[in-house]
Ligand binder design. Sequence first.
Ligand code: UDP
Ligand code: MN
Length: 363
Amino acid sequence: MDGVFLLFVAIFTAYLGTMATRMKLKLKTVFVLYFTVSLMGLVYALMQLGQRCDCTEHDMAKDRAISRLRDELHRLQAQIRQLEEAKPPQKQPSKSSLPTIFVITPTYARLVQKAELTRLSHTFLHVPQLHWIVVEDSPQKTPLVTDLLMKSGLTYTHLHVPTAKERKLQEGDPSWLKPRGVEQRNEGLRWLREDRRDGQQGVVYFADDDNTYSLQIFEEMRNTQRVSVWPVGLVGAMKFESPVVEGGKVVRFHTGWRPNRPFPMDMAGFAVSLKLVLTNPEACFDGEAPMGFLESSFLKGLVTMDELEPKADNCTKVLVWHTRTEKPKMKREEALQAQGLGSDPAVEASPERKVQQRRDDNR
Ligand code: UDP
Ligand code: MN
């Protein structure tokens, strides 16, 4: 197209030359005509610059090159993995000298479980020297959690213990009536006391599967001496609850409900040194504690308010949120299932129906 236009301009110029000679036109007129046509040519050429060209051929060649390079990359990555596996284990002084963060997470089968654990595992992947202790509220380890942990790329321990029937919320109970995840947190503590008797440098944190954690909170807690504390966002029907710090010490708590509890804090708002957990083998969560006293039941034998170590800029930053996930509606799924058109059960979006059903029946 451009070639045709240029040819046209050339022919037109030659034609003008001939005409000018024949018609004895003034040089000025010829020049003006010549200038106008050239200008049109320039404008046309500029307009063509922004146009897409027919690059299918070009793109295909590029795609082929990209796919070749990608194959090569995968081949090299596999080679690196193989070589690394063959290497004798090496000490990584900078990493392994960090105190380990043992995160204890109770979890139970429900529709959002896989989504919660996926999000949580992706947060933890960004945290160095973290050991995830996942405790399922179930009589056996479930395939969903087993598989998720195996593929997670994290250092983990997989445990399970079912909540006793009388401690479980019953159908229609409000969620606050009974504490949740108690036996599971205690099982995590039991494992630590059995397996980590050597008392390596470490810290223990109880991370529910539905909360939201910034990466910073893990670095705040890493060097906990006894018990460190910080604010928790979106909890207790408040924007945040928090220890109040004066002169570097916790002097009281900002909370809207029973501030005189020994430790009016959410589970997500403190971490305990591994040493303190190991030297106090009796310390555990009391499932029978009155509502709001679960955290206190664990902490009261371990520490006094005066000894708490305030983190997150003297408790002025919110770095963890007590978020809660909405229960998904299954109205259309159920309607389709009634017609035999339910979602393919071989595709794992959530725990299998049977598990889900059993849990719902228990509630
Ligand atoms: N949880 C559990 N079994 C249950 C209910 C809850 O193991 O029957 C776990 C849950 O996965 C979470 C923790 O216990 O990690 C706290 O539960 P939830 O988030 O429901 O409590 P809330 O946010 O209402 O305090
Ligand atoms: Mn929760």
